[in-house]
Structure formats: C-alpha cells, structure tokens
Design a protein around this ligand. Structure first.
Ligand code: WTA
Length: 631
C-alpha cells in the first residue's frame, strides 16, 4: 500500500480520481474480510447517503488482532508508559492483547451487552482503554469514548443522546501531578442517565470510590469470571463502529458516526502510507484516545497494520519538559506524531531539556490538530528531528476519520507549515462564499471535498438532518469542512483555520455557542459573546465578553465563579482565558452579534474595525475597546 516516489504518488492520485472504486477496492484487498463486497460505493451528497463496501462482512478486531497472531503473536502491540516515570512500562504482545480483548468482550456479553448497543467509555490513558474499545468492536457494540476532561453534565448529555447502556470507567486518572476522580464524575453524570444499567470500574489510582450495589462492578473481578475465547461478531461493512462527539458552530456537540468497513480501510491505509511505517517500528502518537486522533492513530490504524503503538498516560511536561524525549529514548520511538500546541509548549523551555538524550531512533515526525506556525515547525525539524526526519503536517477532522491532506513521508517534497497535497482518493476544492469553485493556484477559499472517501462520517447519531445541514448544505453537493485554506503557486494546500464559529484551543475543538451557553447559565449573566484570539502556546485562546450588570463583590472573584460554572457545564478545557465585563455587545439592527468586531478587539486591534455603520449602537464599540485596553 505504500507509495515510494513522487511519480508514483502522482500516478496513484490520478488513478484514484479517475477510477475511485477500483482504487479503493485494491486497497481494501489488503484487509481481512469474512465476505467481500457486492458493491464498492454508492453515494449522493444530497441526502447524504454514503455506502462503502456494501454487502461485505468483517470484524475490525480480526484485522487488528487475530490476523497478526500466527506470524507476529509475540510482537509488541501496545507499549504503555505511565504518568510516573518510576513505574515500569507495560508491553502487551498481540497474543496477550488478543486474549485480554476477548476476555473483556465476554465480560460485556455477560453483562447483557449485545450487537448495536452503545457503550460509554470514560477512562485514563491505560491499556485497558484500548482493550475496552476493541472489546466493544469485537462483539459489535458501538463505543462512545469521552475525553477525561469533560464534566459530568457533558458526559450525561452524550450518554443520553446515544442512550448508552453501560459505562466503562476507572476510579481515577493521573495527569502530571494532578489526579482526576473519574468515577465521581461518572456518578454525578449518571444521576440523569436512565438508560445506563451497569458501570464497570477499573482500579487505577485506587482512590476511594462509591460502588452502587446492582450497578457498579470491578473490572478486575469481572474478568476472572469469564474465559478468553470470544468469536468475533460478523459485522456488515456499514454497521456502526463508533460515535465520537464533536463541537460545531451551533447547538450541542454532535455524535459523528463511523462505520466498520470504510473506517478500517481508511485508518489503516493512511497510517501505513503517510507515516511510512516499517515492520518492527514503534509509533508514538501523543493524542488522547478520547479524540479522533487517538481512535485512528493509537488504536485502529496502527493495530490494523500489525504495528507497535505507544500509549502514554501523562503530559509532556511532567515531571520535567524532557518527558517526551525520554520516552523516545527509552522505547526507541521511530515515529512521533504530536500537536503544535505541545511543540510550542516544549519549545518555550529551550533546548536544554533535549540535552544528552539519544533520539537517533526517530525517523518520521508528524503534526496534527491545528495549523502549525513556521517557528514551531522549524524547531521540531531542527531540534527534534535533526533535519533528517520528514514532518508530515496532517490535516483532517473527526468527521473525515483519517488523514486527508498530508505529505507522504519521504515522498512529498515538504514546505514548512504546510499540509501540502491531498492523499490518494481525496478530492479537495476551494470555493468562494457563494459556493463557486476557485480554480488555479495562489488562491484562498473555503475548503470542501467533492467526492466520498471510505473514512468519512455517515451521519450524526440520531439526527441525520443535522448531518445534512452542518456538512452538506452550505454548498450543495459538497462536503464543507469549516476550514479556510490557501492553495499556493505550486498547488500546495495550507490550512488557515476555521471559518465558522469553532475555536481550536490546544488542538481541541470548542464551539463558541457552547461556551456562551455555559456562561449564560451563570446567575447574574445577561448575555455573552465568545471569540478566539491568538495564543502563544494554545494556538487560540477563548475570549469572553460578558454582560453582568450587578457584580455583587469583586469582579475578579466573579470571573472565577464564571470559570467554575463553565467547568461544571462543559469541562475545564472550555474555560475562557479572558473575561471582559461589558455593558453591551455590538449588534446589528436585526439583533445579530457582530463577532467580526469582537474578534478584532480580542486580537488587540483598535482602529481598523471595518464597517460599523450597520450597528444598532456604535458607541458600545468604543466602550468595549476602552475596557479591553484596561484588561
Ligand atoms: C484543525 C483533529 C491545520 C482544522 C484531527 C480541522 C488542522 C480541525 C490540522 C479538526 C492541520 C486539524 N493543520 N489545521 N494539520 N489538523 N486541524 O475534529 O481546523 O479534533 O477542521 O480533528 O482541526 O479537529 P478534530
């Protein structure tokens, strides 16, 4: 599946556009199917309705586990590195992982889980998280993993949206010098979740937890009661594999739905190809499994290719900012896939933390989650890769399932801070506000995709209309990404950032409407408006303009109260970096907030604010500017 030269890329790309069905059928041949497909693709972007490999039967865990057993059963599948560097790391071979997945799949079955049931997973970054994910897939249950930084209320919303039957969690998790009481958060969430019948609790931090009779079970006890044989459920290619909630510009987070066959082919193919993974190599993706990057490039992509994937529980700066580099040295990591925000944060400590650490095992570097700035790109290239490791700057989304626009390591000529070219099978185009295609090079526009790819979302859980409205209605017959993009003189794509009301904080997608709703839930708040602003480490920070007429004591304390409310409603990841109390917001005569003006003010701009003549009360702008300068 791996492309070896630029000429081969060009030829493959052309073939994938001229003959997409033949192309993807050829790629799919590299996977294990119980029955091959009757039809490679049927689709329209109007409803939308997308089906890949219709009629095919498979189980993704047979591709990720069983098929490697004979030749590579004793090869490490997962290497786990604890938050605490003093704790020994853990290696699970393919044989052991297979056994543990089967065992836990039997635990799920024993507790009444059937094909199609939805299971919520809220766990630390430990091997059992990957085991839980794969155990669901083994028996055809649909997993919905929730990132450990979300609050009880966010979890409850997600559990209720997809009517989860069972929750898999742990007592707590370690992150740097902090502990998060996961079970306690789950207990709070479940007060409002009538569909959940059972909770399976892994022992990890061994902090005291409440265990409810008839509902809560210990992981360690349960796995003793079952055996290790669990035949893989036969799934249709278009059966649901997982739901992953993500933020958009309006309303609640939506459950992006991925299906078994297409997702597997896409995650496996892009992993093998873009990173140029070689047998025996150690792949270290620093994302959390709670996000799509972890789903596709810690679990499914690497394991489907028989790779060794490293799971790290902690954070890059604990106990020191050498931690990532020490892990690279200790486990002889060959491919390191991380986020610009981590690079910027580590860069701020200078090169001292890298001194004396042998990172010669590194061969390929990767970046994901947000646009990477040139300074961070060069630092990554020079200080980490010693200018000998290609950096693949991979652009993609929760909705795309896998990499879309990205260099192929050792094939695509690189350009700093640029996602370069579409991978085979990906047909991007740029459109103007009216949806007219912008042709040629040296142009800017909104990034769309005009043809389906196997890893694309199929729907948003329980609300297909929302999927249609969000992605397929802005521009008819096109999938709209929500990103702005430049195509340079050489036809290279460079993502410029979101063009909708989504902000990207440390690579996490946060909808401004969600944060506003959370702030507005705070007693005393009349109205608020949230925008992003450039942040040196996080990429973007959250700036909230808040109308709060009767501050009862010190404004600084009131701000902390508001942060507490946001933490309760969404989670600590959505806390605004700046709060500015204002007496009014810039609105048009029809009552719409002019965020464009607020964005400029948040960026520190005070003069060229553009046309303000349509504002209901232009004076409010001067007042906000004056207040912002005080902040
Ligand atoms: C942004 C993460 C520039 C983009 C895989 C996208 C990027 C959103 C890049 C999706 C990149 C991701 N360069 N921007 N290499 N990768 N983005 O769903 O705005 O968490 O729409 O998926 O992150 O975020 P999501």
């Amino acid at each position: 599946m791996q492309i070896k030269s630029l000429a081969e890329y060009e030829e493959t790309y052309k073939f994938s556009v001229d003959h997409p069905e033949e192309f993807w059928a050829g790629i799919a041949e590299n996977f294990l199917w119980k029955k091959k497909w009757d039809k490679v693709l049927s689709w329209n972007f109007t409803e939308p309705k997308i089906k890949w490999f219709e009629g095919a039967k498979l189980n993704i865990t047979e591709n990720c586990l069983d098929r490697h057993l004979e030749k590579n059963g004793d090869k490490p599948a997962i290497i786990w590195e604890s938050n605490d560097p003093e704790k020994p790391s853990v290696t699970l071979t393919y044989k052991i992982l297979h056994e543990q997945v089967c065992r836990f799949a039997n635990v799920l079955k024993k507790n009444g889980v059937k094909k199609g049931d939805r299971i919520c997973i809220y766990m630390p970054m430990v091997p059992e998280l990957a085991i839980a994910v794969l155990a669901c897939a083994r028996i055809g249950a649909v997993h919905s993993v929730i990132f450990g930084g979300f609050s009880a209320k966010s979890i409850a919303d997600r559990i209720n949206d997809s009517a989860c039957k069972l929750v898999i969690t742990a007592d707590g998790s370690f992150r740097g010098n902090k502990q998060i009481q996961l079970k306690e958060v789950i207990d709070d969430a479940l007060i409002g979740c009538p569909t959940v019948e059972k909770v399976i609790v892994l022992t990890h931090t061994r902090t005291p937890v409440s265990m409810l009779k008839g509902r809560d079970l210990w992981y360690e006890d349960e796995i003793k009661l079952v055996d290790t044989v669990c035949p893989a459920e036969e799934m249709d290619a278009e059966d649901m594999l997982f739901i992953l909630y993500t933020s958009g510009s309006t309303g609640k987070p939506k459950g992006v739905v991925h299906t078994v066959g297409g997702y597997m082919v896409y995650a496996g193919y892009t992993f093998s190809n873009a990173f140029n993974y070689q047998p025996g190599e150690v792949f270290f993706c620093t994302a959390d499994i709670g996000w799509i990057t972890g789903h596709s490039y810690i679990v499914y992509g690497p394991l489907s290719q028989g790779a060794t994937t490293l799971i790290f529980e902690g954070i890059p700066t604990y106990p020191t900012p050498s931690r990532f580099w020490e892990i690279v040295e200790k486990h002889k990591v060959n491919i390191l896939y991380t986020a610009p925000t981590a690079i910027r944060s580590l860069m701020s400590f200078g090169t001292e933390p890298l001194n004396g650490i042998d990172m010669s095992s590194l061969r390929v570097l990767g970046s994901v989650g947000e646009p990477i700035n040139e300074e961070a790109w060069h630092w990554f290239d020079e200080e980490v890769g010693h200018k000998k490791c290609p950096i693949v700057d991979t652009w993609w989304q929760t909705e795309t399932g896998g990499l879309m626009i990205s260099p192929i390591a050792f094939v695509t000529p690189l350009k700093p801070a640029c996602a370069t070219l579409p991978l085979p099978g990906v047909q991007p185009l740029l459109v103007d506000e009216q949806g007219k295609e912008i042709e040629g090079n040296g142009v800017n526009g909104n990034l769309c995709i005009k043809f389906p790819w196997p890893g694309m979302l199929r729907t948003t859980y329980g609300d297909h209309e929302r999927c249609k409205q969000t992605y397929f209605s802005t521009y008819p017959e096109l999938y709209f990404t929500g990103d702005g993009c430049m195509r340079d003189e050489n036809g290279y794509y460079k993502i410029t950032g979101r063009v909708d009301d989504v902000i990207n904080v440390s690579g996490h997608r946060i909808g401004t409407a969600e944060v506003e709703n959370a702030i507005n839930m705070h007693a005393g708040v009349v109205e608020s408006a949230v925008v992003g602003f450039p942040h040196e480490v996080k990429g973007q920070g959250i700036y909230a303009f808040v109308i709060y007429p009767k501050i009862h004591d010190e404004p600084e304390l009131t701000k902390k109260d508001i942060l507490q409310t946001v933490t309760r409603v969404i989670g600590a990841i959505a806390k605004p970096d700046k709060i500015l109390f204002v007496s009014g917001l810039p609105k048009t005569r029809s009552g719409k907030i002019m965020r464009r003006i607020l964005r400029k003010i948040a960026e520190g701009e005070t003069t060229s604010l553009g046309d303000t003549s349509t504002l209901l009360d232009p004076a409010v702008v001067d007042e906000i500017i004056a207040a912002a300068q005080q902040l």
